[in-house]
Design a protein around this ligand. Structure first.
Ligand code: XIL
Length: 320
Protein backbone atom coordinates (compact mmCIF):
# COMPACT_ATOMS: atom_id res chain seq x y z
CA UNK A 1 0.00 0.00 0.00
CA UNK A 2 1.05 3.56 -0.63
CA UNK A 3 -0.54 6.94 -1.29
CA UNK A 4 -1.05 6.27 -5.00
CA UNK A 5 -2.60 2.83 -4.61
CA UNK A 6 -4.82 4.13 -1.79
CA UNK A 7 -5.86 7.15 -3.84
CA UNK A 8 -6.67 4.97 -6.84
CA UNK A 9 -8.75 2.70 -4.61
CA UNK A 10 -10.62 5.88 -3.62
CA UNK A 11 -11.55 6.47 -7.26
CA UNK A 12 -8.81 8.92 -8.28
CA UNK A 13 -6.35 8.60 -11.16
CA UNK A 14 -3.08 9.42 -9.45
CA UNK A 15 -1.06 10.55 -6.46
CA UNK A 16 2.38 11.69 -7.57
CA UNK A 17 5.40 13.84 -6.89
CA UNK A 18 7.83 16.25 -8.49
CA UNK A 19 11.43 15.12 -8.76
CA UNK A 20 14.41 15.86 -10.98
CA UNK A 21 17.81 14.71 -12.22
CA UNK A 22 19.61 16.29 -9.26
CA UNK A 23 17.95 13.61 -7.08
CA UNK A 24 18.95 10.48 -9.01
CA UNK A 25 22.06 9.54 -7.02
CA UNK A 26 20.30 9.59 -3.64
CA UNK A 27 19.56 5.90 -3.01
CA UNK A 28 17.22 6.22 0.02
CA UNK A 29 15.28 8.90 -1.88
CA UNK A 30 15.03 6.78 -5.02
CA UNK A 31 13.80 3.80 -3.00
CA UNK A 32 10.69 5.79 -2.03
CA UNK A 33 10.34 7.66 -5.34
CA UNK A 34 10.38 4.53 -7.49
CA UNK A 35 7.63 2.75 -5.57
CA UNK A 36 4.66 2.98 -7.95
CA UNK A 37 2.24 2.27 -5.10
CA UNK A 38 3.46 5.41 -3.33
CA UNK A 39 3.78 7.68 -6.39
CA UNK A 40 1.96 6.81 -9.60
CA UNK A 41 2.71 10.10 -11.35
CA UNK A 42 6.05 11.86 -11.83
CA UNK A 43 6.45 15.52 -12.80
CA UNK A 44 9.85 17.07 -13.58
CA UNK A 45 10.55 19.93 -11.18
CA UNK A 46 12.67 21.86 -13.70
CA UNK A 47 13.87 19.75 -16.63
CA UNK A 48 11.05 20.51 -19.08
CA UNK A 49 11.02 24.27 -18.58
CA UNK A 50 11.86 26.50 -21.53
CA UNK A 51 15.40 27.33 -20.33
CA UNK A 52 16.06 23.60 -19.89
CA UNK A 53 14.76 22.32 -23.23
CA UNK A 54 15.51 25.28 -25.54
CA UNK A 55 18.40 27.15 -23.85
CA UNK A 56 19.41 28.85 -27.08
CA UNK A 57 17.13 29.59 -29.99
CA UNK A 58 16.29 26.48 -32.05
CA UNK A 59 18.67 24.25 -30.00
CA UNK A 60 16.60 21.68 -28.17
CA UNK A 61 18.07 19.62 -25.32
CA UNK A 62 15.92 16.82 -23.98
CA UNK A 63 18.43 14.46 -22.34
CA UNK A 64 17.60 15.28 -18.70
CA UNK A 65 13.85 15.16 -19.14
CA UNK A 66 14.17 12.02 -21.28
CA UNK A 67 16.05 10.27 -18.48
CA UNK A 68 13.20 11.08 -16.07
CA UNK A 69 10.61 9.75 -18.51
CA UNK A 70 12.66 6.55 -18.91
CA UNK A 71 12.93 6.09 -15.14
CA UNK A 72 9.21 6.68 -14.61
CA UNK A 73 8.32 4.16 -17.31
CA UNK A 74 10.72 1.59 -15.84
CA UNK A 75 9.06 2.05 -12.44
CA UNK A 76 5.56 1.74 -13.91
CA UNK A 77 4.68 5.38 -13.29
CA UNK A 78 2.88 7.94 -15.44
CA UNK A 79 4.37 11.32 -16.32
CA UNK A 80 2.87 14.79 -16.07
CA UNK A 81 4.62 17.39 -18.24
CA UNK A 82 5.51 20.89 -16.99
CA UNK A 83 5.53 23.57 -18.55
CA UNK A 84 5.42 25.45 -21.91
CA UNK A 85 4.39 29.13 -21.82
CA UNK A 86 5.62 30.68 -18.55
CA UNK A 87 7.19 34.03 -17.65
CA UNK A 88 9.87 32.41 -15.46
CA UNK A 89 12.90 30.21 -16.17
CA UNK A 90 13.03 31.49 -19.74
CA UNK A 91 16.34 31.36 -21.62
CA UNK A 92 18.33 34.58 -22.18
CA UNK A 93 17.39 34.81 -25.86
CA UNK A 94 13.80 35.61 -24.96
CA UNK A 95 14.68 38.88 -23.22
CA UNK A 96 17.51 39.62 -25.67
CA UNK A 97 15.21 39.60 -28.70
CA UNK A 98 13.09 42.50 -29.97
CA UNK A 99 9.95 40.48 -30.66
CA UNK A 100 7.16 41.41 -32.99
CA UNK A 101 3.73 39.84 -32.99
CA UNK A 102 4.72 37.58 -35.88
CA UNK A 103 8.10 36.48 -34.49
CA UNK A 104 6.91 35.78 -30.94
CA UNK A 105 3.91 33.84 -32.25
CA UNK A 106 6.29 31.76 -34.34
CA UNK A 107 8.64 31.29 -31.37
CA UNK A 108 5.81 30.01 -29.17
CA UNK A 109 4.50 27.73 -31.89
CA UNK A 110 7.98 26.37 -32.61
CA UNK A 111 8.70 25.76 -28.94
CA UNK A 112 5.41 24.00 -28.30
CA UNK A 113 5.52 21.89 -31.48
CA UNK A 114 9.08 20.71 -30.78
CA UNK A 115 8.75 20.06 -27.07
CA UNK A 116 5.33 18.43 -27.18
CA UNK A 117 6.28 16.58 -30.33
CA UNK A 118 9.35 15.16 -28.60
CA UNK A 119 7.42 13.91 -25.55
CA UNK A 120 4.35 12.84 -27.52
CA UNK A 121 2.83 9.70 -26.02
CA UNK A 122 4.64 10.11 -22.69
CA UNK A 123 2.60 12.88 -21.06
CA UNK A 124 -0.65 12.29 -19.18
CA UNK A 125 -1.07 16.07 -19.32
CA UNK A 126 0.79 19.27 -20.17
CA UNK A 127 0.78 22.51 -18.19
CA UNK A 128 0.44 24.57 -21.38
CA UNK A 129 0.33 28.01 -19.76
CA UNK A 130 1.62 28.60 -16.24
CA UNK A 131 0.99 31.61 -13.99
CA UNK A 132 -0.57 34.05 -16.48
CA UNK A 133 -2.32 35.99 -13.73
CA UNK A 134 -1.40 38.72 -11.24
CA UNK A 135 -2.80 38.52 -7.71
CA UNK A 136 -5.62 40.95 -8.55
CA UNK A 137 -6.85 38.69 -11.35
CA UNK A 138 -5.56 40.82 -14.22
CA UNK A 139 -3.02 39.40 -16.63
CA UNK A 140 0.62 39.28 -15.62
CA UNK A 141 2.71 41.87 -17.48
CA UNK A 142 5.17 39.44 -19.04
CA UNK A 143 6.76 39.38 -22.49
CA UNK A 144 3.92 37.29 -23.88
CA UNK A 145 1.23 39.77 -22.78
CA UNK A 146 3.28 42.78 -23.83
CA UNK A 147 3.79 41.56 -27.39
CA UNK A 148 0.67 39.47 -28.04
CA UNK A 149 -1.92 40.66 -25.55
CA UNK A 150 -4.15 37.87 -24.26
CA UNK A 151 -3.97 36.16 -27.67
CA UNK A 152 -0.91 34.26 -26.42
CA UNK A 153 -3.21 31.98 -24.43
CA UNK A 154 -5.15 30.81 -27.49
CA UNK A 155 -1.93 30.67 -29.53
CA UNK A 156 -0.37 28.38 -26.91
CA UNK A 157 -3.35 26.08 -26.39
CA UNK A 158 -4.04 25.86 -30.13
CA UNK A 159 -0.43 24.87 -30.80
CA UNK A 160 -0.61 22.35 -27.95
CA UNK A 161 -3.81 20.74 -29.23
CA UNK A 162 -2.21 20.40 -32.65
CA UNK A 163 1.04 18.91 -31.30
CA UNK A 164 -0.54 16.15 -29.19
CA UNK A 165 -4.26 15.45 -29.51
CA UNK A 166 -4.09 12.73 -26.81
CA UNK A 167 -2.63 14.61 -23.84
CA UNK A 168 -4.72 16.70 -21.43
CA UNK A 169 -4.13 20.44 -21.75
CA UNK A 170 -3.99 22.39 -18.48
CA UNK A 171 -3.84 25.97 -17.28
CA UNK A 172 -1.78 26.01 -14.04
CA UNK A 173 -1.46 28.73 -11.38
CA UNK A 174 -1.02 29.46 -7.65
CA UNK A 175 -3.15 31.28 -5.05
CA UNK A 176 -6.35 30.50 -6.99
CA UNK A 177 -7.33 28.66 -3.79
CA UNK A 178 -6.89 31.67 -1.53
CA UNK A 179 -7.50 34.75 -3.70
CA UNK A 180 -10.97 35.15 -5.16
CA UNK A 181 -10.00 37.78 -7.73
CA UNK A 182 -7.32 35.48 -9.08
CA UNK A 183 -9.68 32.49 -9.25
CA UNK A 184 -12.13 34.70 -11.16
CA UNK A 185 -9.29 35.60 -13.54
CA UNK A 186 -8.66 31.90 -14.15
CA UNK A 187 -12.36 31.34 -14.82
CA UNK A 188 -11.97 34.11 -17.39
CA UNK A 189 -9.07 32.26 -19.02
CA UNK A 190 -11.10 29.05 -19.32
CA UNK A 191 -14.02 30.98 -20.82
CA UNK A 192 -11.79 32.95 -23.17
CA UNK A 193 -10.40 29.71 -24.60
CA UNK A 194 -13.78 28.00 -24.75
CA UNK A 195 -15.30 30.99 -26.59
CA UNK A 196 -12.41 30.90 -29.05
CA UNK A 197 -13.11 27.21 -29.65
CA UNK A 198 -9.70 26.19 -28.34
CA UNK A 199 -9.30 23.02 -26.30
CA UNK A 200 -8.53 23.25 -22.58
CA UNK A 201 -9.09 20.15 -20.45
CA UNK A 202 -8.11 21.14 -16.96
CA UNK A 203 -6.91 23.61 -14.39
CA UNK A 204 -3.99 22.77 -12.11
CA UNK A 205 -4.01 24.46 -8.71
CA UNK A 206 -0.46 24.64 -7.43
CA UNK A 207 -1.65 24.41 -3.82
CA UNK A 208 1.44 25.90 -2.23
CA UNK A 209 -0.18 26.37 1.17
CA UNK A 210 1.04 27.37 4.63
CA UNK A 211 0.41 25.61 7.93
CA UNK A 212 -2.59 27.29 9.53
CA UNK A 213 -3.16 29.32 6.35
CA UNK A 214 -4.67 26.53 4.26
CA UNK A 215 -8.29 27.16 3.24
CA UNK A 216 -10.91 24.84 4.74
CA UNK A 217 -11.96 21.75 2.81
CA UNK A 218 -15.33 23.40 2.17
CA UNK A 219 -13.70 26.50 0.68
CA UNK A 220 -11.34 24.40 -1.44
CA UNK A 221 -14.25 22.34 -2.78
CA UNK A 222 -16.15 25.52 -3.69
CA UNK A 223 -13.14 26.83 -5.62
CA UNK A 224 -12.62 23.55 -7.50
CA UNK A 225 -16.31 23.47 -8.40
CA UNK A 226 -16.09 26.88 -10.10
CA UNK A 227 -13.94 25.10 -12.66
CA UNK A 228 -15.54 21.66 -12.81
CA UNK A 229 -18.84 23.39 -13.58
CA UNK A 230 -17.12 24.72 -16.73
CA UNK A 231 -16.25 21.14 -17.69
CA UNK A 232 -12.68 21.24 -16.42
CA UNK A 233 -10.72 18.44 -14.80
CA UNK A 234 -8.91 19.84 -11.76
CA UNK A 235 -5.96 18.73 -9.64
CA UNK A 236 -3.62 19.86 -6.90
CA UNK A 237 -0.57 20.14 -9.12
CA UNK A 238 2.27 21.18 -6.74
CA UNK A 239 0.93 20.53 -3.25
CA UNK A 240 3.09 21.41 -0.25
CA UNK A 241 2.17 23.01 3.10
CA UNK A 242 4.99 25.10 4.56
CA UNK A 243 5.50 26.12 8.14
CA UNK A 244 5.81 29.91 8.13
CA UNK A 245 8.54 29.65 10.77
CA UNK A 246 10.67 26.55 10.38
CA UNK A 247 12.13 26.90 13.88
CA UNK A 248 8.79 25.84 15.43
CA UNK A 249 7.90 23.29 12.77
CA UNK A 250 8.67 20.22 14.86
CA UNK A 251 6.35 21.07 17.76
CA UNK A 252 3.47 18.64 18.21
CA UNK A 253 0.91 21.37 17.57
CA UNK A 254 2.61 22.54 14.36
CA UNK A 255 2.80 18.99 13.03
CA UNK A 256 -0.81 18.35 13.90
CA UNK A 257 -1.95 21.58 12.19
CA UNK A 258 0.04 20.58 9.10
CA UNK A 259 -1.70 17.19 9.14
CA UNK A 260 -5.14 18.86 9.34
CA UNK A 261 -4.22 21.12 6.44
CA UNK A 262 -3.09 18.20 4.27
CA UNK A 263 -6.33 16.43 5.15
CA UNK A 264 -8.33 19.50 4.02
CA UNK A 265 -6.51 19.52 0.67
CA UNK A 266 -6.68 15.79 0.00
CA UNK A 267 -10.24 15.63 1.35
CA UNK A 268 -11.33 18.39 -1.04
CA UNK A 269 -9.97 16.47 -4.03
CA UNK A 270 -11.73 13.30 -2.81
CA UNK A 271 -15.00 15.25 -2.54
CA UNK A 272 -14.91 16.55 -6.13
CA UNK A 273 -15.44 13.83 -8.76
CA UNK A 274 -13.56 15.73 -11.49
CA UNK A 275 -10.52 16.25 -9.23
CA UNK A 276 -8.42 13.63 -10.98
CA UNK A 277 -5.32 13.57 -8.81
CA UNK A 278 -2.66 15.20 -6.70
CA UNK A 279 1.04 15.78 -7.23
CA UNK A 280 3.17 17.00 -4.32
CA UNK A 281 6.11 19.31 -5.10
CA UNK A 282 8.76 16.91 -3.76
CA UNK A 283 7.90 14.47 -0.98
CA UNK A 284 10.83 15.13 1.38
CA UNK A 285 11.94 18.35 3.08
CA UNK A 286 15.47 17.47 1.94
CA UNK A 287 14.65 18.72 -1.57
CA UNK A 288 11.76 21.12 -1.06
CA UNK A 289 12.02 24.38 -3.01
CA UNK A 290 10.39 26.38 -0.19
CA UNK A 291 13.40 27.35 2.01
CA UNK A 292 15.33 28.61 -1.03
CA UNK A 293 12.47 30.74 -2.29
CA UNK A 294 10.88 31.82 1.00
CA UNK A 295 13.70 32.13 3.56
CA UNK A 296 12.72 30.96 7.05
CA UNK A 297 9.78 28.93 5.76
CA UNK A 298 9.81 25.22 5.06
CA UNK A 299 9.31 21.66 6.30
CA UNK A 300 6.42 21.60 3.84
CA UNK A 301 6.54 17.96 2.70
CA UNK A 302 5.03 14.64 3.80
CA UNK A 303 8.42 13.16 4.74
CA UNK A 304 11.19 14.74 6.83
CA UNK A 305 14.65 15.29 5.37
CA UNK A 306 15.58 11.89 6.89
CA UNK A 307 12.67 10.13 5.16
CA UNK A 308 10.56 9.73 8.28
CA UNK A 309 6.85 9.93 7.54
CA UNK A 310 5.26 12.91 9.28
CA UNK A 311 1.86 13.02 11.02
CA UNK A 312 0.56 14.60 7.79
CA UNK A 313 1.52 11.47 5.84
CA UNK A 314 -0.37 9.18 8.24
CA UNK A 315 -3.36 11.53 8.35
CA UNK A 316 -3.60 11.52 4.54
CA UNK A 317 -3.17 7.74 4.34
CA UNK A 318 -5.89 7.13 6.92
CA UNK A 319 -8.28 9.34 4.94
CA UNK A 320 -7.94 7.08 1.89
C1 XIL B 1 10.33 25.77 -8.81
C2 XIL B 1 11.32 24.65 -8.55
O1 XIL B 1 10.80 23.83 -7.52
C3 XIL B 1 12.66 25.18 -8.17
O2 XIL B 1 13.63 24.14 -8.10
C4 XIL B 1 13.12 26.24 -9.18
O3 XIL B 1 14.32 26.83 -8.73
C5 XIL B 1 12.06 27.30 -9.38
O4 XIL B 1 10.85 26.68 -9.75
N1 XIL B 1 5.51 27.21 -9.53
C6 XIL B 1 5.83 26.34 -10.55
C7 XIL B 1 7.05 25.51 -10.43
O5 XIL B 1 5.06 26.17 -11.49
O6 XIL B 1 7.65 25.26 -11.68
C8 XIL B 1 8.06 26.13 -9.50
O7 XIL B 1 9.14 25.22 -9.32
C9 XIL B 1 7.42 26.48 -8.18
C10 XIL B 1 6.31 27.48 -8.36
Amino acid sequence: QGLHSLFVASGKLFFGTATDVNNVNDAPYQAILNNPNEFGMIVPENSQKWEAVQPTEAKFTFANADSLVTRAKAAGQQFRCHTLTWHSQLPPFISATAWTRATLTAALETHIANVMGHFKGSCYSWDVVNEALAEDGTFREDVFLQVLGTDYLAISFRAAAKADPATKLYYNDFNLETTKAKADGAVGIVQLLQKAGVRIDGVGFQAHFTVGGTPSQKSLVATLEKFTSLGMDVSWSELDIAHKNMSTATSASALSQQASDYVAAVGACLAVPKCVGITVWQFTDKYSWIPNTFPGMGDACLYTANYTKKPAYFAVASLL
